[in-house]
Write a protein that binds this ligand. Structure first.
Ligand code: NDP
Length: 288
C-alpha cells in the first residue's frame, strides 16, 4: 500500500473565529467521504496580517480557504481571479488554490439559492423583501437578481450605510431586477405582493435567541416563503413563529450547510452528504 501522509489543508481565516463551526461540518463530511488526509483548520488571522496569511497559504500549498470577518473584502487584493458574482458582491468567502493561482468566489448567496431550491422555490419573476443590507444581504440580493428575480425591496435601519446604497446601484446597473429601498424605522409590514421574505440581519443570532426582527408578523401570509440566514440557533425565534403560523420557511443552518457543501465540491471535486453535515452541526450546537 502506498504510504502518503501528506495532509490536504483547507480552513478559514477570520478574527474573531474561535466560535466558527465550519470545522465541525467540513471534517464530518471529509470523514464520511473517506477523505482521510483532508484537514480543515480554524485560523485566527488579524486584520493587518492577511497578506502574511496568504503567503503562508501558498507556502503550505493549502488547497483553499474560507474568509470571514474582517477579511472578505480585503482578500480580493491578493487573488488572481474572482467570479462574476464575487465581483458584483464585492466580497469573497471561498478561495481555491490551484498550483499557487488563487481563485475567489462568494458562496454565501449560492448556499442561499440552494436552500430555496431544496424547498422548491424559484426566484424567476418573483418579488422579494430582504431585511438587512450587510454582507449576507448583499450576496443574497446579487444571486437572486442574477437568477431572474423581478423585484426586490431592501429594508434596513441605516439608509446611508455604504453597503445599502452601493447595493441598490449594483443591482440596478447589473441585473434586470427592479430595486427599491425602504427605511426600517419602526414596525415594518411586508407588502402583500411579496413572494419571498428574507431575514438577512443578525437579529436572533446566539446568544440573543429570543430576539425577533421588528416585522409585523401578521403581514406575512401563507403564500409567502420565509428564509432566515441565522445558522445558530438552527431554529430562530422567527422560524419558530413562522412554523406556528403555517408559513413555509427555511433556516439559516440549511443555507450554511449548502454553502459549505459548495466549498467542499470546489476544493475536492466531490459531493458531500449534507445530512451528515447537518447532524454534525446540530450535535455541536447542542453541546454549547
Ligand atoms: P453585517 O454586519 O454585514 O450586517 C448586519 C445587518 O443586520 C445589517 O443590515 C444591520 O443593519 C442588521 N441589523 C443588526 N442588528 C439589527 C437590529 N437589531 N434590527 C435591524 N437590523 C439589524 O453582517 P452579515 O451580513 O455578514 O451577517 C448577517 C447575519 O447573516 C449574521 O447573523 C451571520 O451569522 C449570517 N450569515 C449566515 C450565513 C449562512 O450561511 N447561514 C452566511 C453569512 C452570514 P444596520 O445597517 O441598520 O446596522
Amino acid at each position: 500500500m502506498e504510504q502518503n501522509y501528506l495532509d490536504n489543508l483547507v480552513g478559514v481565516f477570520g478574527h474573531p473565529v474561535a466560535e466558527n463551526p465550519g470545522v465541525v461540518i467540513q471534517e464530518a463530511a471529509f470523514e464520511h467521504m473517506g477523505l482521510k488526509r483532508w484537514r480543515f483548520l480554524t485560523i485566527d488571522v488579524e486584520k493587518d496580517q492577511l497578506g502574511d496569511a496568504i503567503r503562508g497559504l501558498k507556502a503550505f500549498k493549502m488547497r483553499g480557504i474560507n474568509c470571514t470577518i474582517p477579511h472578505k473584502i480585503e482578500v480580493m487584493d491578493y487573488l488572481d481571479e474572482v467570479s462574476e458574482a464575487a465581483r458584483l458582491i464585492g466580497a469573497v468567502n471561498t478561495i481555491v488554490n490551484t498550483n499557487g493561482k488563487l481563485f475567489g468566489d462568494n458562496t454565501d448567496g449560492k448556499g442561499f439559492m440552494m436552500s430555496l431550491k431544496s424547498n422548491n422555490i424559484s426566484v424567476q419573476g418573483k418579488k422579494a423583501v430582504v431585511f438587512g443590507a450587510g454582507g449576507a444581504a448583499r450576496a443574497i440580493c446579487v444571486e437572486m437578481a442574477l437568477a431572474g428575480l423581478s423585484q426586490i425591496t431592501i429594508v434596513n435601519r441605516v439608509e446611508d450605510r455604504a453597503l445599502g446604497d452601493a447595493l441598490t446601484a449594483i443591482l440596478r446597473n447589473n441585473t434586470g431586477a427592479q430595486v427599491s429601498y425602504a427605511d426600517w424605522s419602526g414596525l415594518h409590514s411586508v407588502s402583500a405582493d411579496a413572494d419571498i421574505v428574507v431575514n438577512a440581519t443578525s437579529v436572533g443570532l446566539y446568544p440573543n435567541v429570543n430576539e425577533l426582527p421588528n416585522i409585523d408578523l401578521g403581514s406575512i401570509k401563507p403564500n409567502m416563503f420565509v428564509q432566515d440566514v441565522i445558522p445558530n440557533p438552527t431554529e430562530t425565534a422567527l422560524i419558530k413563529k413562522m412554523r406556528k403560523m403555517g408559513i413555509s420557511c427555511a433556516t439559516g443552518a440549511g443555507m450554511l450547510i449548502n454553502q459549505a457543501a459548495i466549498n467542499i465540491k470546489m476544493w475536492t471535486g466531490m459531493e458531500p452528504d449534507k445530512d451528515v453535515m447537518y447532524r454534525a452541526l446540530e450535535k455541536a450546537l447542542r453541546q454549547e
